[in-house]
Design a protein. Sequence first.
Length: 592
Amino acid sequence: MLSFGGIVNILYVILFCGFIYVLAYILYGRFLAKKIFHLDDSRTTPAVKINDDVDYVPAKKSYLLGQHFASIAAAGPITGPIIAAGMFGWFPALLWCVFGTIFIGGVHDMGSLIASVRHKAKSITEVIRQNVSKRAWVLFMLFIWITLVYLIIAFTDITAGSLVGFHKLEDGTKVAGGGIATASILYIFLAIIMGFLVYFFKVKEKYFLLVLVPMMIVITWLGQKIPVSLELLFGTDLMLQQHVWSVIILVYCFLASLLPMWILLQPRGSIGGYFMYGMLVVAAIGLIFGGFEIKYDAFITPLSDGSGNPGGSPLFPILFITIACGACSGFHAIVCSGTTSKQLTLESHSTPVGYGGMLFEGLLACVSVACIMMFATTAPEVWNGKSQVSPNFIYAQGMGRFLNLVGVPLALAISFGLMAFTTFVSDTLDICVRLGRYVVEELTGIKGIFGALLGSFVTAFVPVFFIFQTMEDGSGNTIPAWRIFWNLFGSANQLLAALSLIGISIWLKNEYKKSYGWILTFIPAIFMYVMTIWSLLLIIHNGWILKQGHQMLPYISSFLIILALMVGFETFLSMYSKKKDILENLAPSNTA
C-alpha cells in the first residue's frame, strides 16, 4: 500500500483535476463540436419543431443543463468512485474519472445527444436501427431495458437503506433515517410547486432558487424533528422496513413517469442540478479552508487473506465497471436520447449540456473520492472490519465535515449529506422508469395511455422481485442487494456504453464519409467492450464457481454476453455489407 498522508493536501489534487476538466472543455469540447459532430444551429431541433408541451419541450440552456446533470449524475458519481477508491486506492479511481470522462464519457454523451437530435429525437436505439439493422435494434432495446432494471434495483435498495434506523455519530448524536425520508418527500413537493409556478405564472427560475437554497436546510432540520418512520406499522425489522420503502419509492417512480415533464421532471431536475452545484461549492469551501490531508492509501494491492484489507478484486476490469457514472456510463445515452434531446433548443447547446454535463459529473466523482481520502484506510468511518461502509454514509460524513466548517452542526450536516444523496437518486430513478416506458412502447408498438401504463408498470415493478431476494457473499453472509447488483449494473451499463459508441461510430461513418472522426468514438467503444465482457465473465465465474450472490446472476450475465455478441455481429455485417455495396457500385459495368 502507498499513501501520501501528511504530505499532500486534498485540495491540490482536486484543483488539478478541475484544471484538466476546464482545459478539456475548451480544447477537446470545441474540437468535437466543429470537427467530429459538425454542430449547426441553422438546423431546427425536434424540441422546437414538435413542441407538444408533454415530451418535446424546448428548454433554456442553463435550465436543461441543470435537469440533464441531475438526471445523469444522481448516486452514480458518488457510489461508484467511493467503492472503487475503497477497493483500489484513490489514485486509480481519480485517474479513471478524469481521463475516462474526457476521452470516453464526454464523447459518448455528446455523441448520443446530437445523434438523437439528428434522428428526430428518437432514442439511441433508432440510431442503431437506421445505421445497423432492425435485428440489432431489437437486441439493443432489450439490452437497454435490462440495464435500466438493474440500475433501478441497485439505486432503490441503497436509497431505501438511508431511510431506516438510526445512524450514530462519534459524539453519540443520532441521525434518523425517517428524518431523511421526510426531507426527501418535502423536496419532491417543492419541485412540484416550482413546476406550477414556472409553467402557469412564468416565475423566473432564479427567483425560486433564491428561496430554495435556505429551504433545503430548513426541510433537512425539519425532517429530523418529524421523521416518517415505518416502525409502528412494520415493527423493528429494519430489512422489512427497507423493503417497504423500496416499494414506496418504486410506486412514486411509476406515477412520476406518467406525469408531463413540466410538472415534476424539469423543475425537480433543475433543482437537483443546482443542488449538486451547491454541494460542489460546499466541497470547495471544505477543501480550501479545511486543510484536509490525504489519509487514505493511493494504491491498494488486492489481497484475499482475510486481514481486513479493503481490496480483493482485480483492478482490470473491475475498476472500469465499478466507476460508471463519473467516467463513462451507457445510461447517459438513454437520458441524452430519451429526454434531453427532446428539450434541446439549439444544436450548439450539445457542447455545454452533453460534454460539459459529463465533465461536471466527473468533477463530482472526484469530490466523492475526496470524501474517502480524508479518512485512514481502516478507519471506522469507511471500514467496519468486514466490509466497506455503505458509500452513501461515507459521502454524507465527508460532506458533513465540509459543512461543519461553516458552522452547521455535524448531525445536521450529515443529515443534509444523506438527504442530498437520496434526492440525487430520486432524480434518476423516475427518469429510469420513464425511459423504460419509452423502450417498451417502441419495442411493442403499443402507444397511448395503455402503452404508457404497461411500460411504466413493467419497468417499475420487475425490480421488486430481486429486491426481496436474499443475497449472500462467498462466505454465506447476507448482504444488501445493491452490493451484488452494483457490479452487474456496472457491467451491463458499460457494455451499453460500448454498444452506443459503436452505433454513433457507424452513424458518423455513414453521415460523413470523407471524415475519419468516427475513429475517436470507435476506439473507446472497443476498450469498453473488452472491459465489460471480461467483467461479465468474472460474474459468471463468481456465481457458478464461488457461489456468490443470487443464483440468477450468472444466467443473466450469460444472456447479456450473448446479446452483446449478437449486436457486435450485426454491426460487423452492416459494415461489411455497406463496404460491399460501395465496391460493387465502383466496379466497372459489363453491360454495353
